[in-house]
Design a protein around this ligand. Structure first.
Ligand code: HEM
Length: 186
């Protein structure tokens, strides 16, 4: 794997992002920490006093159709916008039942039955996002999902998360932690 596609989310006492809350949604939560750093590639030194570290990599698209990708590309905003001082890191693990399904069954659950992509599109470009895959790294979660938004879009983000958690797709989620963060820019 290209190390440029690998990212480490390290929680401890230092880091650019302030951790405002760590919410348990389903399954075991994560230990409390105050700050989060995001490293690209392998971390040079493995400081031992960190609260936790989660790793994931940017991968190819699995389920979105060409039309959906075009819609996403035409609307989505990139990470790192100056006004996007709020973030959410939501690590998710899906059940063995999910992973035993065929690709076409999973696609149908994600979009035809749950409207994950079409619902998500309603919140673009306000919410910027990046999906990281962790399952193949033997990590405790299958995915790390990362979102950035401006404070005035915080309510819209809550609504989006609420809508997704009510879907059929989410009945396969067996562990989910909802970490909210903020930046104070000079
Ligand atoms: C901001 C609006 C959102 C959009 C436009 C969006 C779009 C997408 C798309 C297109 C995929 C499929 C990628 C592929 O084909 O491989 C995906 C996957 C995923 N999204 Fe979202 N999403 C949004 C919000 C969210 C939120 C708020 C969460 C978590 C609470 C979330 C969690 C996930 C997860 C875990 C996957 C991986 C599913 C799997 O591969 O089984 N998404 N999203």
């Amino acid at each position: 794997m290209q190390t440029s596609k690998l990212f480490s989310f390290v929680a401890g006492d230092t880091g650019t992002w302030r951790i405002d809350s760590i919410g348990q949604v389903i399954g075991e939560s994560l230990p409390i920490a105050h700050r989060l750093s995001i490293f690209q590639g392998h971390r040079a030194s493995e400081a031992s006093l960190e609260a936790w570290e989660l790793r994931g990599f940017i991968s190819n698209i699995r389920y979105a159709t060409q039309a959906e990708l075009e819609a996403l590309r035409s609307r989505q905003a990139g990470l790192g916008r100056r006004e996007a001082t709020c973030a959410a890191l939501i690590p998710i693990r899906k059940s063995a039942d999910w992973w035993s399904l065929a690709q076409d069954e999973r696609r149908a659950l994600i979009e035809e039955q749950s409207r994950h992509i079409s619902v998500g599109l309603e919140y673009l470009p306000a919410i910027a996002r990046q999906l990281y895959h962790s399952r193949d790294l033997g990590e405790p979660f299958d995915f790390l999902t990362w979102f950035e938004y401006a404070p005035q879009d915080a309510e819209a983000f809550e609504e989006l998360v609420r809508r997704l958690r009510e879907t059929k797709e989410w009945t396969f989620v067996e562990r989910e932690v909802d970490i909210r963060l903020s930046l104070s820019r000079p």
